[in-house]
Design a protein around this ligand. Structure first.
Ligand code: B3K
Ligand code: ZN
Length: 876
């Protein structure tokens, strides 16, 4: 980068100079040279200064013609900026501006704007891709009605889709044809979409509760039609759920989903035409794991729910991103919780938050849920904006209760429909509908970092009073040294020494309450006194993970007790995990001193108990069986030690496998062939439990079972579980399994991605060499984001042991890949570089090697601004 790219600040928001009431777009599709004509009905924004110029964003556009009110504009009437923008000189107060531009979809490797994949056309406009299609006020607070006409070759491009409802089609000159789409709902440009090509559709329909018949279509490549069933089913369940839980109905006659294999992220909620990564649409039991099925259900729901939270009510500016993302993640989490086991869903979501968001909050890219500034907005589609944003919405749900939360949602939507608004508008609606003062709550949006909560308690037998003193502290993050106390709801209860839940009465209350209650920790330190407590109780805190905080310092004895007795399934699971984590971290310290890791029979007892009760809820049992991951343990350490962590975790897993071998084997065998393959919570749970048993048995040295399961598996879940265990082993079956898997699936992109990932995440000593070899494998393609992530991303983010190899070769591999990918697709390159930024949590020596690679990336000429931002902030 010759010059540092510009930073955008939230404080600098200014309303747009002009509004665009309607947009007429005409596309002449051609992969090499597509012509886009745009006619914008513009008028000055009364909310902006009267002399502000009309400046339209543009990027990589070749302007062929510009007209104002039908008259061609001479070049002296406009400026084409270095940054690609178009500025009209002497703009009138209103007018119809027409531009004609040429773009080259097949050269668009960024996959932002209009691009081709497998010969078909797709768009991606969020956040700033529309400016790569035509000149526009490409910002979310400019809402317009769109009419889109698409013309293309009849044979090459039989299907042509855009937003809204279809509005005519016909023949055009040559062998061409045209279609028109009209979207009656005003929308920002980031929700524009066009999909065209040789596609086939799977069709279904849905009648909304007020009687609108909606045509549902999933558009895929020929041959993929029989893999859309789960996506379609998930869509219909999402539509029903949003009507039942939030009273929100679909508002067009068609809902189209198009699946594409070249895509920068999971999916995109364009109005009436969602575009999806094939990974989140296509599934069959032989090709997709249970995790894939659950991912599809979640992402289909998420994009569908955006129709109201995001599309009908959208964001004023990109700093408000969590307004739509946090809220929509919260909604998809609730949807999935209602489809199966709420407790297991919560555990998985918390696991995800801790794996990705907690480290982000502790690293160089730490930012508030509502960031203050960015260089590249694409870098802020983060776990903080999404997952922590969802937690912050959940805080309101927990605090206000479902009924008041629903009233708040109704008010939020009715007040702000068809508008671009801010996070304050959301919180204000919640406040107005509930009557609860939520001014303190805004801090959650503006303060970065993960709060730490500690508890101290005392019991006075004479007065029968029990006092719980809670403290909170948020460590500093880059640019935010001082932290203020947050408003933290602590869902809690008290257990008697026999494990029974005690009724609770706080000082000043007239009657005791039974079950879980909420304490609001609003200050740095607060004491809560409970009356009439018969004996010293055990507090159960943060039930259901009622706030995104780290609860620290619960003694091991209490954790063991809670893991067995608490009424709250989350706390039961959590206590088991925290108990194990504390023990494992103590063993890491031993290994660092040159001693062998010890073993705690309590861990084996917990496994035996879990197995004994597994039938009640197999999915919960599977979650409870899995030890805290390497990343989670590293995140608890001041200075991580990936090698020692791996050694300890392996040793303990092997020991559990040995000590509990009989019970594990019994469960494993009992669950074999448990009826026909089904995708439902219980069946998924049984497979997860069985595979968790298999993992322990394999860890204890028996690879024969995994090899046999690999050979006999009838579904991808079981086959992949076995293969990933074999991939870590020295067994002869390993090479054969990997080769047969490749031979069988080499024609299937999504399955082949798994083959790459499994090898990239192997713990075997030769993994680094293997990963380098895979990088030059004929099936590897850096240009395809799924494939790049399956190897490079899986290695860097999913294999701490080898990524942090003391030689620094893992870092070098990642930096090489980022440097190679950046000029092709800067957005994906910037995502992949993340793990290099976390050098502060590594040893001095590793940190130096990581910085060296970051510096090498930063010294690369013409770096994308996204990669520049990540690398430079990591070094700051
Ligand atoms: N809104 C899109 C994400 C767009 C990412 C742009 N870099 C998908 C989603 O969150 O639903
Ligand atoms: Zn989203």
């Amino acid at each position: 980068m010759a010059e540092s790219p510009k930073t955008t600040h939230r404080a600098d928001y200014a309303p747009p100079a002009f509004l665009v009431d309607s947009v007429d777009l005409a596309f002449e599709l051609d992969p090499k040279a597509t012509i886009v004509r745009a006619a914008l009905a513009l008028r000055r924004n009364p909310a902006a200064p009267a002399d502000a110029p009309l400046r339209l964003d543009g990027e990589a556009l070749e302007l062929l013609e510009a007209k104002l009110d039908g008259v061609a504009l001479p070049a002296s009437r406009y400026l084409l900026g270095q940054d690609g923008s178009f500025t009209l000189l002497n703009s009138p107060a209103a007018g119809r501006l027409e531009t004609t531009v040429r773009i080259a979809p097949e050269k668009n490797t960024l996959l932002s704007g209009l691009y081709t994949s497998g010969g078909n056309f797709y768009t991606q406009c969020e956040a700033e891709g529309f400016r790569r299609i035509t000149f526009f006020l490409d910002r979310p607070d400019v809402l317009s009605r769109y009419t889109v006409t698409i013309t293309a070759d009849r044979d090459a491009v039989p299907v042509m889709l855009s937003n809204g409802n279809p509005d005519g089609s016909g023949a055009a000159a040559g062998n061409r044809h045209w279609v028109r789409w009209v979207d009656p709902h005003p929308k920002p440009s980031y929700l524009f979409a066009l999909v065209a090509g040789d596609l086939v559709n799977v069709h279904d329909q849905f009648t909304t509760k007020s009687g609108r018949l909606v045509s549902l279509n999933i558009w895929v490549r020929r041959g993929d039609e029989d893999r859309c069933g789960h996506a379609m089913d998930s869509l219909k369940r999402s539509m029903t759920w949003d009507e039942e839980v939030f009273g929100l109905e679909y508002d067009l006659d068609v809902f189209n989903i198009a699946a594409v294999s070249d895509f920068n992220m999971g999916a995109m909620e364009n109005k009436g035409l969602n575009v999806f990564n094939t990974k989140y649409v296509l599934a069959q039991p032989e090709t997709a794991t249970d995790g894939d099925y659950q991912g599809i259900e979640t992402v289909i729901a998420h994009e569908y729910f955006h129709n109201w939270t995001g599309n009908r009510v959208t964001c004023r500016d990109w700093f408000q991103l969590s307004l739509k993302e946090g809220l929509t993640v919260f909604r998809d989490q609730e949807f999935s919780a209602d489809q199966g086991s709420r407790a297991v869903k919560r555990i998985r979501d918390v696991r995800g938050l801790r794996a990705a968001q907690f480290p982000e909050d502790a690293g160089p890219m730490a930012h508030p849920v509502r960031p203050e500034s960015y260089i590249e907005i694409d870098n802020f589609y983060t776990p903080t904006v999404y997952q922590k944003g969802a937690e912050v919405v959940r805080l309101l749900h927990t605090r206000l209760g479902a009924a008041a939360f629903r009233r708040g949602m109704d008010l939020y939507i009715s007040r702000n429909d068809n508008q671009a608004v801010t996070i304050e508008d959301f919180v204000t609606a919640m406040q107005d509908a509930s009557g609860v003062d939520l001014s303190h709550h805004m801090r959650w949006y503006d303060q970065a970092g993960t709060p730490e909560v500690t508890a101290e308690d005392s019991y006075d037998a004479a007065t029968r009073r029990y006092t719980l003193k809670l403290r909170q502290h948020t460590p500093p993050t880059p640019g935010q040294a001082e932290k203020a106390p947050l408003s933290i709801p602590i869902a809690m209860g008290l257990l008697g020494t026999d494990g029974a839940e005690l009724p609770t009465r706080l000082a000043g209350e007239n009657a005791a309450q039974s079950g879980t209650r909420l304490l609001m920790l609003d200050e740095a330190e607060q004491s809560f006194t409970f009356e009439d407590v018969p004996a010293p109780p055990v507090p159960s805190l943060l039930r259901g993970f009622s706030a995104p905080v780290r609860l620290k310092g619960v003694p091991q004895g209490r954790l063991r007790f809670l893991a067995v007795h608490d009424t709250d399934p989350f706390v039961r699971w959590e206590s088991g995990q925290q108990y194990a984590a504390a023990f494992m971290l103590a063993q890491v310290a031993r290994v660092q001193r040159g001693e062998a890791p010890g073993f705690d029979t309590a861990l084996a007892e917990a496994v035996t108990n879990t197995l004994a009760q597994a039938d009640a809820d197999p999915a919960f049992a599977a979650e409870a069986l899995v030890l805290p991951g390497e990343g989670f343990l590293a995140d608890q350490m001041e200075v991580a030690d990936p090698v020692a962590i791996h050694a300890v975790r392996q040793a303990i897993r092997a020991e559990i496998g040995r000590v509990c071998g009989a019970a594990l084997r019994e469960t494993y065998q009992r669950l074999a062939g448990a009826g026909p393959y089904r995708i439902d919570g219980r069946s998924i749970g049984r497979r997860a439990l069985r595979n968790a048993c298999l993992a322990y048995l394999t860890a204890s040295g028996d690879t024969a079972l995994a090899a046999a399961q690999y050979d006999s598996a009838s579904n991808m879940t079981d086959q992949l579980a076995a293969l990933s265990l074999l991939a870590d082993a020295e067994a002869p079956a390993r090479a054969a399994a990997l080769a047969s898997f490749h031979a069988k699936w080499r024609g299937d992109d999504l399955v082949l991605d798994k083959w790459f990932s499994i090898q990239a995440m192997s713990s075997r000593p030769d993994t680094l060499e293997a990963v380098r070899a895979l990088y030059t494998h004929p099936d590897f393609d850096l240009k395809n984001p799924n494939r790049a992530r399956s190897l490079v991303g899986a290695f860097a983010a999913g294999n701490p042991l080898h990524f942090h190899d003391a030689s620094g070769e893992g870092y070098r591999f990642l930096a090489d890949a980022v440097i190679a990918l950046d000029p092709i697709n800067g957005q994906t390159a910037a995502r992949l570089i993340g793990p290099l930024g976390l050098w502060r949590r590594q040893s001095e020596a590793r940190g130096a090697l990581m910085r060296k690679e970051l510096e090498r990336v930063l010294a690369t000429p013409n770096l994308s601004k996204g990669t520049f931002e990540k690398a430079s902030k990591a070094l700051a």
